[in-house]
Design a protein around this ligand. Structure first.
Ligand code: ADE
Length: 343
């Protein structure tokens, strides 16, 4: 077996994936047509999914959101996304979605949940892949709208909604103002994560941990600018959900072979790094492909790849008993793959 198929077969968890960034361009075109949404003309996905940085990416992302209207649309988007995760060896997925971007077009939150949960059940039945979901607040809307967002999430609490996230354009919208909203989420028993240090400074990572009391950090690359913070994160075991391919859209980090690439530095410094696919149809990647690219470019041993897969399980919000049981199973399964299949 090649490294390629090893990367695909090993059991793993996907934890940094946005539902709306994981819709095939053909599905967007179909939904947009049915729902009367005008898209710019395109012949290939590369043309629809054309952008050069996070702000221009988010303009196209909002168009995708606008195309998804009915519970059946959400079910289809969710099922197709989880189908691709399963094909990449994901056994468990915690994925984001962006309620505000659908509310803006008159879609009710319960409609979103109904379709998403139906897609999750369908994918579990067909592929055995389990999942939970994380509504994410757009930081661009500010903390007051964040309270409204949280009210909505709590008013429609279901077991599949396990936590909240904070995303969109970080550079002009820091983490600290969201401390009160996060304290309420914590009191209500929700897990918490935030995008931080992606295209904003390391201070957002520190504030995420100290003020927002997050359970993990999404991306977090700018941690490398602050050695003291890096040491603290190592000590605390804070998981960083990194997305190698998507870093090419973050200024200066296009080259994964660069010795100072932040993901490489984070791994070298012993941080709890996990690998994910972010917006895998918009910024073409797969979960397995993210493992493969890192294994190849960073010249990792199979044991190191195994460590990354188990690190993804450790960073999930599953209960400890499940994590322990799965870690045993996954570890044995990966050992068998290494033994029997790798040269
Ligand atoms: N929404 C979807 N993908 C995102 C990313 N990588 N950063 C911030 N917001 C996002």
């Amino acid at each position: 077996m090649s490294l390629d198929s090893f990367a695909r077969k090993i059991p793993k968890a996907e934890l940094n994936l946005h539902l709306e960034g994981a819709v095939a361009a053909a599905t967007v075109a179909d939904l947009a047509k049915r729902n009367g949404v005008a898209l710019p003309p395109f012949d290939s996905p590369a043309e629809l999914y054309h952008f050069h940085d996070l702000p221009t990416f988010l303009v196209v992302y909002n168009l995708v959101c606008e195309s998804i209207r009915t519970a059946a649309d959400f079910q289809r988007a969710t099922f197709e996304m989880l189908e691709r995760c399963a094909d990449s060896g994901a056994r468990y997925v915690e994925f984001f979605f962006s309620p505000h971007a659908h509310l803006a077009h008159g879609v009710q939150y319960p409609t979103m949940l109904e379709g998403i949960v139906a897609g999750m059940r369908q994918a579990e039945k067909q592929y055995g892949v389990k999942s939970n979901v994380i509504p994410a607040h757009s930081r661009e809307l500010g903390p007051e709208q964040g309270e409204v967002f949280l009210d909505m999430v709590l008013a429609h609490k279901i077991p599949e909604v396990i936590g909240i996230g904070l995303d969109y354009n970080e550079a002009p919208f820091p983490a600290a103002p969201f401390a009160k909203m996060y304290a309420r989420a914590e009191a209500a028993g929700l897990k918490r994560t935030t995008h931080a240090g992606e295209n904003g400074p390391a201070s957002n990572i520190r504030d995420g941990i100290k003020l927002l009391h997050v359970n993990r950090i999404d991306h977090g690359y700018r941690v490398v600018d602050d050695p003291a913070l890096m040491a603290e994160c190592r000590e605390l075991g804070i998981p960083f959900t990194c997305c190698p391919t998507a870093t090419s859209y973050t200024p200066g980090w296009g080259d994964l072979t660069a010795l100072d690439h932040p993901i490489r530095q984070m791994m070298d410094q012993g941080l709890h790094v996990t690998l994910h696919s972010d917006d895998p149809t918009m910024i073409p990647s797969t979960l397995a492909g993210e493992y493969l690219v890192v294994a190849e470019k960073f010249a990792l041993s199979p044991d190191h790849v195994k460590k990354l897969a188990l690190a993804s399980l450790a960073a999930t919000w599953l209960d400890d008993a499940t994590k322990q049981a799965w870690a045993k199973e996954w570890s044995a399964e990966i050992d068998r793959l290494i033994e029997s299949e790798l040269p």
